[in-house]
Design a protein. Structure first.
Length: 195
């Protein structure tokens, strides 16, 4: 059986023009057996001030503009994955996938537990994955944009890595064994952080 590759486009961190506003705040830290609040991390001036970032109407509008294209791409991949999922698991039945039944408590003869097949376990895993993948991808993409608006450019690659992992898993869900999904280009975005 020959394998063939399906190439998908990697994501690039968007260039964000608007900046979130940094505001000095306090943090809670432990001093012995009591908790205290301080304007500095861990209650020490050498660790620096505690800063939180707030949105402006411009930063929210800018993120919403970038979310439109991202949502379309994710929704297209999600719809295809749902079609492949229903085609792959067509006609699955709980009773047909029971391998064995045992009693975990010998004194309770009515309490039985079923041992399920690997096919059923894979079905449940893929179903749960499809239930949460769109929201997980959206959260990570918002995190990428927020980090760019905060000026934390070194941390963007970590959030972008998770976007690439989730998107690759979504694109390769329920594919036949002879299909391999890879990212387009010479450099693999999943190996970008390795030195």
């Amino acid at each position: 059986m020959t394998t063939f590759q399906i190439t998908i486009n990697p994501f690039k961190a968007p260039f964000m023009r608007e900046k979130q506003i940094p505001i000095n705040t306090v943090c809670k830290y432990r001093d012995g057996s009591t908790y205290k609040y301080s304007a500095y991390r861990y209650g020490k001036e050498s660790c620096g001030r505690v800063v939180r970032y707030t949105d402006t109407s411009e930063t929210i509008e800018e993120r919403e503009r970038y979310m439109v294209g991202f949502d379309k791409k994710i929704q297209r991949a999600f719809d295809k994955a749902v079609i492949r999922f229903h085609k792959h698991y067509a006609g699955i039945n709980y009773q047909d996938e029971v391998i064995d039944t045992y009693m975990p408590y010998p004194h309770l003869t009515d309490a039985t537990k079923n041992v399920m097949s690997d096919y059923w376990l894979a079905y449940n895993k893929d179903r749960e994955f499809l239930q949460t993948i769109v929201s997980r991808l959206r959260i990570k993409w918002i995190q990428v944009m927020s980090l760019a608006q905060q000026g934390k450019y070194k941390q963007i690659s970590d959030a972008l890595y998770h976007v690439h992992v989730y998107y690759l898993e979504l694109s390769s869900l329920c594919r036949p064994c002879n299909q391999e999904v890879v990212y387009k280009g010479d450099s693999d975005p999943l190996l970008a952080n390795r030195s």
